[in-house]
Design a protein around this ligand. Structure first.
Ligand code: ADP
Ligand code: MG
Length: 161
């Protein structure tokens, strides 16, 4: 039923006609990202998901730019998961951002700005945790490479940051 490790996942880097800018406090999610999957995701509140995210946006994996509010923080590459995480059968839609940078500590409560710029793939179900982890690692690598394209680098220079 789900995607297994041997299935090939097709990935794109379709630029969004209208990039989506969201900002808000980083809140606690389900606590699965870092512990189970090895990929921490900074979650936005339910209020932002329900009231600021265009409801028409397809669930899936996106790429973009993110910035925390701190003085020494810069605009960083980001991979964003939008949807219900079918593997975990969530009932509430979530917007989760993995920033492609190592942080020494958690940053719950900090203000984060996010510009969603491109679409990578639809939300998929996986037949096991290994397949899910592999797919996420490949999403991160894909986003890291694709964000170096000038069409995406240009989108990093935005007054919203
Ligand atoms: P939760 O379910 O509470 O979101 P996660 O396991 O997904 O828990 O971890 C997310 C938290 O990890 C973020 O809220 C943030 O404080 C921290 N974190 C550390 N490094 C990163 C990173 N590179 N990208 C996103 N979050 C990170
Ligand atoms: Mg998370």
């Amino acid at each position: 039923k789900g995607i297994s490790s041997s299935n090939k996942v097709e990935r794109k880097s379709d630029i969004l006609e209208t990039p989506i800018v969201l900002e808000g406090e980083v809140v606690k999610g389900f606590g699965r990202g870092s512990k189970e999957i090895g990929c921490p995701t900074a979650n936005f509140s339910q209020d932002i998901v329900e009231n600021k995210l265009p409801a028409t946006l397809d669930a899936g994996i996106y790429l973009g730019w993110a910035k925390l509010d701190g003085e020494s923080d810069r605009v960083e590459k980001a991979v964003v998961s939008i949807g219900w995480n079918p593997f975990y059968k969530n009932t509430k839609k979530s917007v989760e951002t993995h920033i492609l940078k190592m942080y020494d500590t958690d940053f719950y409560g900090r203000w984060m700005k996010l510009k969603i710029c491109g679409y990578i793939r639809p939300e998929l179900n996986f037949d096991g945790l290994d397949a899910l982890i592999t797919a996420i690692q490949e999403d991160v690598e894909h986003a890291k490479q694709q964000l170096d394209q000038s069409k995406f680098l240009e989108m990093k220079e935005d007054e919203c940051f």
